[in-house]
Design a protein around this ligand. Structure first.
Ligand SMILES: O=C1O[C@H](COP(=O)(O)O)[C@@H](O)[C@H](O)[C@H]1O
Length: 253
């Protein structure tokens, strides 16, 4: 791992622009090195923040981006729980990301087949990698310490063979989902968590500082070679005792 950076912002208003800059700077680097930028997105609170901040940039060229999903809920795209559906209306429809650069699940399939279908799409996108190496993953963390659709105490935490797994007993609705597994998550070149709000403070302390008992899923995100960022705000950081970076106004990461 290149080293973990925990960066604290006063509020999401300051965090958002730094996130957008992190994405575009890693995109520029990836495109200069291998001609495209591969990124997988999470859902939840990230959708509106990322969409707003990317759209606020004066120039955004996504023509060489390939975007997938860290996890996705098995609902139709017009359902308000669909992560793709939300990004489509809030972001994809407003930028020059080609449809061929969006890796969606097929929500019409049963969950096991849906995971196999998404696995096939990833293998086609990363033909040279045994395990897909995304240039960037954007992750969220639930108040229970889950990330992607990898939930505490779930057998999927130990998955080592599949790159995408189905889950049909998600404790957070909707119950049927597909998710990247830890081998893919920890192979990425750059992983950035975004976590804001006081409801995340207790679990964030245990994730970043350790706990008695099994590590939370979010704490198991340790990229083998890539960068790891935790971008958090003051309320989420309220219980931390570790040293953190305090972001200056207009900070670029
Ligand atoms: O269910 C999910 O939750 C997590 C965390 O969401 P948040 O709203 O607490 O930020 C999200 O990262 C994941 O993609 C989503 O499916």
């Amino acid at each position: 791992m290149a080293g973990r950076r925990v960066v604290v912002f006063p509020s999401p208003a300051e965090l958002g622009p730094a996130l957008a800059h992190l994405v575009t700077s890693r995109a520029e680097k990836a495109i200069a090195s291998h001609g495209r930028f591969t990124m997988a997105l999470s859902g939840g609170s990230l959708v509106s923040m990322l969409s707003k901040e990317l759209l606020a940039l004066p120039q955004l060229d996504c023509s060489k981006w390939v975007v997938g999903f860290c996890d996705e809920r098995l609902v139709s795209f017009d359902n308000s729980e669909s992560t793709y559906g939300l990004y489509k209306s809030q972001l994809f429809s407003k930028i020059n990301l080609p449809d061929s650069g969006i890796l969606t699940i097929d929500p019409s399939l049963p969950v096991n087949e849906c995971a196999e279908d998404y696995t096939r799409k990833l293998k086609e996108t990363f033909p040279d990698d045994d395990i897909p190496v995304f240039d960037m993953l954007l992750l969220g963390m639930g108040p229970d310490g889950h990330t992607c659709s990898l939930f505490p105490d779930h057998p999927l935490l130990e998955e080592t063979k599949k790159i995408v797994a189905p889950i049909s007993d998600s404790p957070k609705p909707p119950p049927q989902r597909v998710t990247l597994t830890f081998p893919v998550v920890n192979s990425a070149q750059c992983v950035a968590f975004v976590s804001t709000g006081g409801s995340k403070a207790p679990v964030l302390k245990e994730v970043l500082e350790g706990r008695d008992g099994p590590a939370f899923p979010a704490a198991r995100v340790v990229p083998t070679k890539g960068e790891l960022f935790w971008l958090i705000d003051d309320p989420a950081a309220a219980s931390l005792s570790i040293q953190v970076e305090r972001a200056a106004t207009g900070a670029r990461l």
